[in-house]
Design a protein around this ligand. Structure first.
Ligand code: G6P
Length: 482
């Protein structure tokens, strides 16, 4: 058994990325800044209380960094070589698992070399977590880059209680079964005591894969997993829909400078009557092409006029060395260029396209400036942007158009629901959103806001950690009885 190194952490989070970004200041030199994500914000107080540690990759190849303290959390960097970034991260994680788990929107590639690197890197993360976790502690593994870590960790440290949360969809068995390593991945995940998914349907797909592939018994959310000694244990696999730090969006939306910025954005777009907004990582799962198609046709049909309606599309750069992402960027930029070329006037643009990432303040100003938010994902684990828009609309105005293929659709039935493959339907939905009377906007937005206020990311992490605590208690009782 690996001896836990000091300081031993009662709670260890293991994620592909550390919760910090490396920054180089002209005066102070290199340092770290907290990453903007909601997960990081939600876990910060929990980590402080639990003397927590976070195991992850610093985000750049070939940098060796010693463990260090950051805002009350012990950070344990896992170094990846340039080759490992290519094989484990860009290859296996983002060119195999990502497209396969998003219903093969792009073709997954199955390469043995990538798999070997994935196993090796997962082992390194598991070893790092085993080295830092306190005796009898809890480890929470995050996402598809680390699906083998739960089992590796259980073998090295049977004293630990292990959770895993899957942030992306889990596909239907007919697709999942393409994976040449389908058994190993299921066994890897089942190393966890609690396996969390975004939607009830994802948890169902997982349980079915376990039944079909491993022949284990499942009952509701419980899976009976055989132990090496011939006994069995129970693993819990259920939905824990993730959310955002709603309160911080509400606070930002109240700030006078951010409200002024929203007005300035409208002004700089030539004060169109309606602003439509899309905010996505530039990813083929987001349905950006479908959205542009619908919008372009509405202009073409003369149902909207470039003087009155503008689409702002923020597409933040992502996974730029993966071929499918390069291709997507070319297609999107060609389409945007064509639509703008056909419809722009000197004073108004059809699509303001921004291939950039912005701080949260600017995003909230954009949310406040936008009359209609378009979330047209072909497949999405949750889609937090939909929740961020709703959280920011403290004025109870604005319309959310939401794909039924995004996890958020389960919790947000008061949005205008669309099937993004149905371009005709999407065009009608966009028109309805543009024309929606203020009273109906208010009714829907209030119902949507209620949901993101009730289930914020703190509620989410609490419910997952509570489920882990129940598993831990059960484990102790079993050990005491044995
Ligand atoms: C999705 C995944 C995350 C991932 C994020 C950004 O939300 O679920 O695990 O971190 O995309 O992608 P990247 O490859 O830049 O980490």
């Amino acid at each position: 058994m690996t001896e836990p190194a000091a300081p031993a952490a009662e709670l260890v989070v293991v994620a592909n990325r550390l919760p910090v970004d490396r920054v180089v200041d002209a005066v102070e030199g290199p340092g770290w800044r907290r990453s903007p994500g909601g997960l990081v914000t939600a876990l910060e107080p929990v980590m402080r209380r639990a003397d927590g540690a976070w195991v992850g990759w610093p985000g750049q190849p070939d940098i060796e960094v010693e463990p260090f303290e950051f805002e009350g959390t012990h950070l344990v960097p896992v170094a990846l070589s340039a080759e490992e970034v290519e094989l484990y991260y860009e290859g296996m994680s983002n060119d195999t698992f990502w497209p396969l788990y998003h219903d093969v929107i792009a073709a997954p590639r199955y390469r043995r070399l990538w798999w070997d690197a994935y196993v090796k890197v997962n082992r390194r993360f598991a070893d790092a977590a085993a080295g830092v976790a306190a005796e009898g502690g809890t480890v929470w593994v995050q996402d598809y880059q680390l699906q083998l870590v739960p089992q590796m960790l259980r073998e090295a440290r049977p004293d630990l209680t292990i959770g895993y949360f899957h942030h992306i969809p889990f596909p239907a068995y007919g697709l999942y079964s393409q994976l040449p390593w389908r058994r190993q991945v299921l066994e890897g995940l089942l190393g966890a005591d609690v396996i969390g998914f975004q939607r009830v349907a994802d948890a169902g797909n997982f349980a079915r894969a376990v039944r079909r592939q491993l022949r284990y018994q499942t009952k509701a959310t419980g899976i009976t997993v055989p132990e090496p000694d011939g006994s069995t244990r129970n693993a819990l696999a259920r939905a824990f829909p993730i959310s955002i730090d709603t309160g911080s969006y509400i606070e930002l939306a109240a700030r006078a400078d951010i409200r002024a910025r929203a007005a300035e954005i409208r002004e700089s777009l030539g004060n169109p009557k309606k602003i439509l907004l899309g905010v996505d990582r530039l990813d083929y799962t987001k349905g950006i092409r479908h959205r542009l198609k619908a919008f372009g046709e509405l202009l073409e049909d003369g149902r909207i006029d470039v003087e009155d309606v503008t689409l702002v599309q923020v597409a933040s750069p992502s996974r730029e060395r993966v071929e499918a992402y390069m291709q997507l960027r070319d297609e999107i930029e060609l389409t945007v260029g064509r639509i703008n070329g056909d419809h722009d006037t000197m004073g108004h643009t059809a699509i303001r396209y921004l291939h950039q990432a912005y701080p949260r303040e600017e995003m909230v100003a954009l949310f406040l400036a936008a009359d209609v938010m378009l979330v047209t994902a072909l497949r999405d684990g949750m889609n937090l942007v939909a929740k961020e828009y709703v959280a920011s609309r403290t004025d109870n105005r604005g319309v959310l158009v939401l794909s039924e293929f995004a996890g958020a659709a389960d919790e947000l039935p008061s949005a205008i629901r669309i099937n993004p493959h149905d371009i005709h339907g999407m065009k009608e939905a966009i028109m309805r959103a543009i024309e929606m009377p203020a009273a109906e906007q208010g009714r829907r937005m209030r119902a949507l806001r209620k949901k993101v206020i009730e289930n914020d990311v703190a509620t989410w992490s609490r419910s997952f950690l509570d489920a882990l605590e129940v598993a831990r208690t059960a484990k102790r009782a079993k050990q005491a009885g044995a």
